[in-house]
Ligand binder design. Sequence first.
Ligand code: PGA
Length: 254
Amino acid sequence: MRVPMIAGNWKMNTTVSEALDLVSAMKGELEKINSVEIAVCPPFVSLAPVKELLRDSSIKLGAQNLHFAEKGAYTGEISPLMLAELCELVIIGHSERRQYFGEKGDLINKKMVAALNAGLTPILCIGEQLEEREGGKTEEVVSAQLREALAGIEDPKATVLAYEPVWAIGAGKAATGGQANETIAFIRQLIAGAYNDKKAREIRILYGGSVTSANAAEFMQQPDIDGALVGGASLKHKEFLSIVNQTAIVKYKK
Ligand code: PGA
């Protein structure tokens, strides 16, 4: 069975002290749940202090972005090697990076290769815009995004995928469990085609987009959904804890 994962994408929220407060408020309760892999992805500046706070903890730490070069004259950027000393995971290709920072397939691919080379686990985000869904192009869009991001990667190792329909992100309007599962099952088939059936069975595919404590169970009941990438609700410790708790209950109820 795939171990479910709940990852909090804090985006550009929390100062260092707020980040420490948020982790402190939920750490103890989260650590009691060992059937779900739990991760928090605070802003870069909080990675080192949060790492310290999570010393000996089962809670994993992730970054939200990276540059593809190991080092060099790229003012303001953060390299995979820098991250590898601080965290295990890194979000790549988030729709906000694609939308506001012009990230496209070839850049996302370079970041994927760089993250894997540095031993980081990428959480690769893919998903269609509203017009694309309405135009019946969802499968075409996610296929292209996946193909571009994984180009030339022979072994995606422990890569985690996150299907995040852009129209559901930060919108308060999530996809339905059925809609999300349908596309995620399709993405799993794409992995079978690009790699093999074993990899498709093993790879974890999360849903992201307006996940809250009120709808988490609906997503976790779906057979192909292996967890969630949670934005807004991950900034509220009780909400995040409830989502993790419900995941543990729903996924292991049999
Ligand atoms: P949201 O964000 O939960 O606030 O919709 C999810 C994401 O962007 O990863």
